[in-house]
Design a protein around this ligand. Structure first.
Ligand SMILES: O=C(CO)COP(=O)(O)O
Length: 247
């Protein structure tokens, strides 16, 4: 895992509760350490509470707009004020269910950074794109949209999460080698523009990670932790996954 500190992040999506948050805060208290960063991407309504409980907190998306007449949006500046650290941008469910384009995602990335949040840029191909040999070109375009807008240096204050769409919530994990190949592709792509930045960049894997497969995934050279969906709603499983990311 080179010298990058691993990050294990739970993405609760539209799930979870105040009760689960309290339970999670109790069990995670002992884990956040020198060896692994642990964060929870909770529904926006729970973010303030998660911060109060001492959790490293993320929201799941932010508005690309700074402020104004945009009913229903989550404001990056307010999240920052509340003590939120991260936001996901471009999660596949935002792209595929809510129709966010690469350009929308780049705009959200920019707004997150402008307001002092760390964006976690989610990238990944659908099953059909993989079958058609488009995996690398799809991921390249998703990353390039951010680089075109902000320059490659912007990636130094961010995290990338590779989440193959066919592996999300399906129980079909990418094999450690499949995941490593794409992580290496991403790091090499960024190295072509900035070698030093690429070496320090954390690239997480997401898609059906559980307490049984996490250790092998996290042992891969270019996998710096995980973005965990379903298993982050179970305290025991999530704690095991976090532990497995330690050196
Ligand atoms: O989408 C994910 C995390 O953002 C992955 O979800 P699962 O771990 O449930 O497959």
């Amino acid at each position: 895992m080179a010298s990058r500190k691993p990050l294990v992040a739970g993405n609760w999506k539209l799930n979870g509760s105040q009760t689960l948050l309290n339970e999670m805060a109790n069990v995670l208290e002992d884990i956040n350490s020198q060896e692994v960063d642990v964060a929870l991407f909770v529904p926006a309504l729970l973010a303030a509470e998660a911060v109060k409980l001492g959790l490293q907190t993320g929201v799941q998306t932010v508005s690309e707009y700074e402020a104004g007449a945009y009913t229903g949006e989550t404001q990056a500046a307010l999240a920052k004020q509340l003590g939120v650290t991260y936001t996901l941008v471009g999660h596949s469910e935002r792209r595929h269910v809510f129709g966010e384009s690469d350009e929308d995602v780049a705009n959200k990335f920019a707004m997150a950074q402008q307001q002092g949040l760390i964006p976690v840029l989610c990238v990944g191909e659908t099953e059909q794109q993989r079958e058609q040999g488009e995996t690398e070109s799809v991921i390249s375009a998703q990353i390039e949209a951010v680089i075109q807008k902000l320059g490659v240096a912007a990636l130094s204050q961010s995290v990338i999460a590779y989440e193959p769409v066919w592996a999300i919530g399906t129980g079909k994990t990418a094999s450690p080698q499949q995941a490593q190949d794409i992580h290496q592709f991403i790091r090499d792509k960024i190295a072509q523009q900035d070698q030093g930045l690429s070496q320090g960049l954390r690239i997480l894997y997401g898609g059906s990670v559980n307490e049984k497969n996490s250790e092998e995934l996290f042992a891969q050279q270019d996998i710096d932790g995980g973005l965990i969906g379903g298993a982050s709603l179970k305290t025991g499983a999530f704690v095991s996954i976090c532990e497995s990311a330690k050196g």
